[in-house]
Design a protein around this ligand. Sequence first.
Ligand code: DQA
Length: 156
Amino acid sequence: MRIMVINGPNLNLLGQREPGIYGDQTLGWIEGELRDLGSELGMVVECLQSNHEGELVDLVQRGGRQSQGIVLNAGAYTHTSIALRDAVAAIAVPVVEVHLSNPAARESFRHVSYLAGVCAGSISGFGWQSYALALLWFARQAGGGTCKTMVEGQAI
Ligand code: DQA
């Protein structure tokens, strides 16, 4: 199973960007953790980032052709981008919306997600572990939803 993890604008600055909100971990570190977790779960995790809306549309379309699922943190485009919503709606593979912070507990302009309605689900507020939870969901989906997921030899 191949899963694409797509990060949007300003997420390349993780580690130095508002660490009180987004944590101390860099995007490179998070991507390494997700690739490691992915291999424990029997999946290949491909990590991509762009600051550009059109490029993110291209990446979502590519994920629709080349992966079995997408974990998407669209950053601020979550709250503004109809183009990205249309891209998610246009592909056949499930997309899980993730956020490090909990947008519902922040400024009102972050309360609207243009993506939520076309995603399989949304996971927010657990820092980098929001992404890990999304990978676990994909692993269980692939197992038919009934089997246990194996992490470091343990069934969870
Ligand atoms: C974010 C939340 C967005 O509101 C914000 O614009 C981001 C990061 C998050 O991961 O918490 O860039 O998507």
